[in-house]
Write a protein that binds this ligand. Sequence first.
Ligand code: C2E
Ligand code: CA
Ligand code: CA
Length: 472
Amino acid sequence: MRSKHPPPAELDPRIGKLERHVQALMQELHQARYEQRRESLRDPLTGLANRLALVSAFIQAQDAMKYGASPPALLLLNLDGFKALKNSAGYAAADQTLVTVAMRIRSAVRENDVVARLGGDEFAILLPATAQGKATAVGNRILAALEQSIDLGNNSIRCRASLGLRIAEPHHSAEDLLQEADMAMEESKSEGRNKLKVFDPDMLHARQLQRQIVGELREAIRSDQLVLYYQPIVELATGRIEGSEALVRWNHPVHGIIMPDQFVPVAEATGLIAELGRWVLRAAVGQLRRWRLNESTARHKFSMQINVSAADLQSLEFVDDVREVLAGAGLPPESLVLELTESAIIHNNELDRYTLASLQRLGVGLDIDDFGAGYSSMGYLRKLPVGRVKVDKQFVQELGRDPEQLGFIAAIQRVIRSCGLEGVWEGIETAEQAEALRSIGCTSGQGYYFGRPLPEPEFTAQLARQSVWPAS
Ligand code: C2E
Ligand code: CA
Ligand code: CA
């Protein structure tokens, strides 16, 4: 008769073998689970921790605070100009840069500090149990580690970063901490990059204020609280008006007239700029139509110039909007000129090129705005389908202060012409400046001397009254 109990392993060699096999399998399974867990906490490109691992390290550090440990600090790091690098050098080079940056950050911190990549070019470093002075020193060490150029095979680049620092408070959730470190990081970006900024509660107030402005601005666009002022662009030799630049203002029910530098950047940062841009386009083109139809102003044949922001070039609907608005007003495309700043077109990515080429095909004018204020790469002057170059006012404003300035302006003028383009000189405030520019053959200008930006009724009255600018 067979026993109910299985024989001990040593008695049956087959069972012993089976047991060992099962054991080995179990171990493999454990190992695989462990690997899987580790992988789920890791950023595959750089091998750093990911967001999940960062959050879990934060929870641990915060737990330790309950037992008397110092609070953890979070450093949030964003690379400066990474998007431009990706567009110009390609994805492989961008990935290689991220891997190098990851290694440099890792080597600038201690073993038990958690370095994570949160996605894109955003990194976070959690320093458990620390103090502000120490965390600042670590942040500066990271900035120093990124100073060295990165070798990408056939070229080498400099990839600096902006850093935000926030020491955790006991009531903080991981989300709070990330958000406040992000505010500090954004501030360091807007202050010229390659910097470390420590979170300050004022930043929270600024953010709340911005939120309030965004809400009000959205309403302002819908309820026509925006108004356009117009400033003439004139032919220097004759004073004839060649164009009117539409400059937006916000007629706020409580605060009165608000200038564009107070709300255009907010609109750009929050995506409201597309709506604002559409409003400006419609209003300006509608106004030009009225001037062309009105008996007292119709003899002036000039174009409307509007300011276009970088976001508009990135929008696929923008070209259609322009085409529709012009067709709706029955105006030829060349009656509209779009002003683009260098920083708006310098990205030079596929979408920009597509939009610029489509606008050119449509036949609207394209001017570069604020030339000389930013990057001023002469190379792209020749490559872009632009008509005129508006030279930033700083150059004219130096006239009269520096005897060499007129020679300098003449040199800029030669460069612009050698690219087959024409210059428009901004910021002409005096008769002497206008005369000096005329004397070296500059053809067009704009500035307070010829006229300040005026609300529509006053601009219309000027047009009706005089045939040339300025009034003599
Ligand atoms: P911008 O395009 O360079 O416009 C010229 C600015 O210089 C205007 O300021 C104008 O009032 C000022 N200006 C004109 N002549 C002179 C002068 O002789 N001397 C001096 N010191 N300044 C002069 P504003 O109206 O405050 O506009 C500031 C900026 O806001 C504009 O600079 C433009 O970048 C932006 N902006 C204005 N309207 C719009 C808009 O409708 N859409 C967008 N995206 N941006 C706009
Ligand atoms: Ca402009
Ligand atoms: Ca300008």
